[in-house]
Design a protein around this ligand. Structure first.
Ligand code: HAM
Length: 427
């Protein structure tokens, strides 16, 4: 690979280019989202990458890693505004929902979005600084039915993408009072061993004890092993809600496990919290996560609107597709590759390509080519047919059309090329 001398011309660590041969995964994702979500009445919403930083700070919560660990790309612009590159979609979607009075639309309002998100993370496999989310929100309904619909749609989407081995982990962080009570329980239970916890967990114990359950540190894990999980201490309403979600999912044969340990990295969740993991892909196996966030729309200045949603990490899904050997094929090569063998034919190839491109994917060599070299170019481009003209084989207006798979050759006038190249089933 060509080594660039000037470091600044390399991509920022934790970001990447999507090369042409990798675009098919993106097309697959967008097409599948449009189909699976579109059929379920979920409409596409596009929101900006930049928003006022305050929007995220108010919505993700003061104890979220994004804020505590300063993972947000936050900056002041020339007008003195404090802006941020979105670290997630939910806040921006809700801002748009409130700003455009979408609560007056028929309930539930279902919205999906696809695009980049930014977090100043410690980069590792599956954890990038610019990554992409497919995000989906269901606004306006409080009951467990819509939670189950949201989770089922996520599951169906991943299966349609080609990922059969999934684990849907369903939990609940309880109502606000349950969360407070559980956090108080953890504070008390861990008070005596506070100093033995890792610095991260000590900070979490101070800000949002529940998040200690996400600790990676071995010693932390040992210290919390025997403690109650959020599910063990749910209030009756949150418990009934969770049972309702589970009942619908079972009835619809969406496989899931109850996951007592689920806590989420953003503070806005209430009741239902869930993650979807790809079975057997290691550390960053969370392909998607989400939950219910009643109260958040109102806290952003909108009407009281119960809601649930999820976001899927696109790069992680692509990684899982690669591991499952389910990466879609690279885009198809040209239908026809024109090989001019003298100067007249060079001009004619360009003009002919312009006409044929109304119907076919056509490429051509831009200078005179010997037949062998021209056929190699056509082959490398992945063409189905090559058409050669000029040089010693010149006969006015006639092209030699070669089927590159069968080797079969015919002489044709230019105006017959479209039909002939289409004949073997044009793509
Ligand atoms: P989240 O769990 O922070 O939730 O992110 C959702 C998914 O985005 C993760 O499961 C993961 O696949 C992917 N992801 C997160 N950070 C990174 C990263 N640095 N690099 C690569 N992938 C990453 C949310 O963002 C919520 N807004 C989801 C939601 C929507 N809840 C309700 N509505």
């Amino acid at each position: 690979m060509y080594a660039l001398r000037v470091m600044r011309t390399r991509a920022v660590k934790g970001t990447y280019d999507v090369l042409p041969e990798r675009q098919s995964s993106w097309h697959l994702l967008r097409d599948t989202a449009e189909r699976v979500l579109g059929r379920a009445g979920v409409e596409e919403l596009t929101t900006p990458v930049i928003e006022h930083a305050e929007l995220f700070e108010r919505s993700v919560g003061a104890s979220a890693d994004l804020v505590v660990q300063k993972e947000m790309y936050r900056f002041e612009d020339r007008g003195g505004r404090t802006l941020a590159l979105r670290p997630e979609f939910t806040a921006g979607v809700l801002r748009s929902f409130v700003e455009h009075g979408m609560h007056t639309r028929p309930t539930p309002v279902k919205l999906w979005s696809l695009g980049p998100a930014f977090r100043a993370e410690n980069v590792q496999r599956g954890r990038y600084r610019q990554f992409h989310q497919l995000n989906c929100e269901y606004l306006g309904l409080p009951g467990p039915l819509i939670d189950a619909e949201a989770i089922a749609a996520l599951h169906d989407l991943l299966v349609e993408l080609g990922l059969p081995e999934l684990r849907v982990a369903l939990g609940s962080v309880g109502d606000a009072a349950d969360r407070d009570a559980y956090n108080a329980y953890l504070r008390e239970a861990l008070d005596g061993v506070r100093d033995e916890l890792s610095p991260t967990s000590q900070e979490r114990l101070r800000l949002n004890p529940m998040r200690i359950l996400d600790a990676k540190d071995e010693n932390d894990r040992r210290l919390i092993a025997d403690l109650d999980r959020p599910l063990d201490r749910l209030g009756p309403d949150a418990r009934a809600h969770l049972d309702g979600v589970a009942e619908h999912l079972s009835a619809w044969e969406v496989p899931f496990d109850l996951a007592p340990e689920i806590v989420r990295g953003l503070d806005y969740y209430r009741r239902t919290a869930f993650e979807v993991h790809a079975v057997g892909i290691g550390a960053q196996s969370a392909l998607a996560g989400g939950g219910r966030y009643d109260g958040l729309v109102a806290s952003l200045g909108g009407p009281e609107t119960p809601a649930i949603g999820w976001a899927l990490g696109v790069e992680r899904v692509f990684d899982a597709l690669a591991q499952a050997d389910a990466v879609p094929d690279a885009p198809a090569g040209p239908d026809l590759f024109l090989v001019p063998m003298d100067d007249d034919a060079v001009r004619e190839a360009a003009t002919l390509a312009r006409t044929l491109r109304r119907e076919l994917h056509v490429r051509h060599a831009y200078q005179v080519r010997a037949p062998g070299k021209g056929l190699r170019d056509a082959d490398r481009a992945g063409a189905r047919f090559a058409a050669l003209r000029g040089g010693r084989e010149r006969s006015a207006g006639v092209w030699t059309l070669k089927n590159l798979a069968s080797g079969e050759q015919t002489e044709l006038a230019a105006d017959r090329l479209v039909d002939a190249a289409r004949k073997d089933g044009s793509r």
